[in-house]
Design a binder for this molecule. Structure first.
Ligand SMILES: [Zn+2]
Length: 408
């Protein structure tokens, strides 16, 4: 360990502590930034001697990371980055805070994957999906796929676990030498209508098949397949995956996590049993109550995520739709028009959040019966009936509701 790295770690811990004392959150981000400012190689140093898995993709990073941590913790302790700290500073802070765990699982913000792969030399990289997200911040998803493709090209020893149902992910992952394909599903296909390799039209065949007319890029034969709640492993053994967290999408995420955990010798049955015990993920899917009424929190940050969250929500429950447009959410909420809110017809909705007016206009055009209530607690009280309420919210709106129900 170099003197510079030791100084950087100490300064980072001090900065994080001061930030906590000042009541400005956990201090993870500021601590990591201080460490990297003093020693730009700190992320690589902190990763040294460990076996790491990285998880990246537009949706499901935090959930899949949590599922994979649960699977690997059946073997030994695991270092990980919680709380959405998925930029280099957050990763560095997480790794420097835990000096003993040999295994680690890190979720990585999509554009930073190449930098993190180079710095930490992971054993496994899990690629979930790519779709439009934060219109004002990220380039189009085809460019992200290209960044991943370039990062995985070359003589890496790493193994890639990739979603065979997402053409952008398949093209990116196909640059790697060692790929395990998982048929994890793709509920949102509108960002992959043309071939990422040649630009020609993609022909869809049935529920999951796809092929490029131009270059022949096609869905690879999956090593792990998923049918409803049944996951079939490469050796042909099948598992009924009964997660406590909802959604078909999370069975796919569990399959991806199990395929990654298999690189450390974790048997699928043991992996899924550990995953089944997770009740919620940093507030996502949390079953709680407000003023005596049951409610559940669902997070959705972009059109693909909203499609999944709408599919998870109980079909007869009233729903609070809460949207903010702060920097962390993306300042441009025009994606609301890409989300098929029409599926809420026949249910009562409450438009809430700092952009409640945009939500209300969208719900009006979707033909959904709704009221507009800005205040989160009042929005919960405004939901019709006395049964369970589903809260669907984007990033900072979701954090507000967590505080309202006393979680986080
Ligand atoms: Zn093509």
């Amino acid at each position: 360990m170099t003197a510079r790295y030791q100084v950087a770690r100490a300064a980072g811990a001090t900065a994080a502590g001061l930030s906590r004392l000042a009541g400005r959150g956990t201090g993870t981000q500021i601590g990591g930034r201080v460490i990297l400012a003093i020693d730009p190689t700190a992320m690589a140093r902190a990763a040294g001697g460990r076996e790491l898995a990285l998880v990246s993709g537009t949706n499901g990073k935090t959930t899949t990371r949590t599922l994979l941590v649960a699977a690997l913790e059946t073997v030994e302790p695991v270092v990980s980055n919680a709380g959405g700290a998925n930029l280099p500073a957050g990763l560095t802070a997480a790794l420097t805070a835990d000096t003993t765990s040999r295994l680690g699982v890190l979720e990585v913000d999509e554009p930073f994957l190449p930098r993190v792969v180079e710095a930490v030399e992971p054993r496994v990289v899990v690629l979930l999906n790519l779709s439009r997200d934060q219109l004002d911040r990220y380039a189009e998803v085809r460019r992200l796929a290209g960044i991943w493709h370039d990062a995985l090209t070359g003589p890496h020893a790493l193994a890639v676990v990739a979603n065979a149902d997402d053409p952008l992910v398949v093209w990116a992952a196909s640059a790697a030498k060692n790929v395990v394909w998982v048929a994890a599903g793709q509920g949102w296909t509108f960002d992959s209508t043309s071939c990422p390799a040649c630009g020609d039209i993609l022909t869809r065949d049935g529920r999951r098949g796809w092929r490029s007319n131009g270059c022949g890029l096609t869905r690879p034969t999956p090593d792990w397949s998923v049918t409803d709640r049944t996951v079939t492993a490469p050796d042909g053994s099948s598992y009924d995956v009964e997660l406590a967290i909802p959604g078909a999408v999370n069975v796919g995420n569990a399959a991806l996590a199990a395929a990654a955990a298999a690189h450390w010798g974790v048997a699928p049955g043991a992996a899924f049993a550990a995953m089944a015990r997770i009740p919620s993920v940093e507030g996502r899917y949390l079953e709680t109550s407000f003023a005596g009424r049951p409610l559940r929190l669902l997070l959705a940050k972009n059109p693909a995520g909203w499609v999944e969250a709408l599919a998870m929500s109980r079909p007869d429950a009233p729903v609070v739709v809460s949207v903010n447009a702060r920097a962390a959410d993306g300042r441009d909420p025009s994606w609301l028009w890409d989300v098929p809110f029409e599926v809420l017809r026949g249910r009562h909705a409450v438009a809430s959040g700092e952009r409640s007016r945009d939500v209300a206009v969208r719900l009006r055009y979707a033909g959904v019966d709704h009221v507009r209530v800005d205040d989160p607690a009042d929005a919960l009280r405004a939901a019709h009936g006395s049964g369970p309420v589903e809260v669907l919210a984007n990033y900072t709106a979701f954090q507000t509701f967590r505080r309202v129900v006393g979680d986080g």
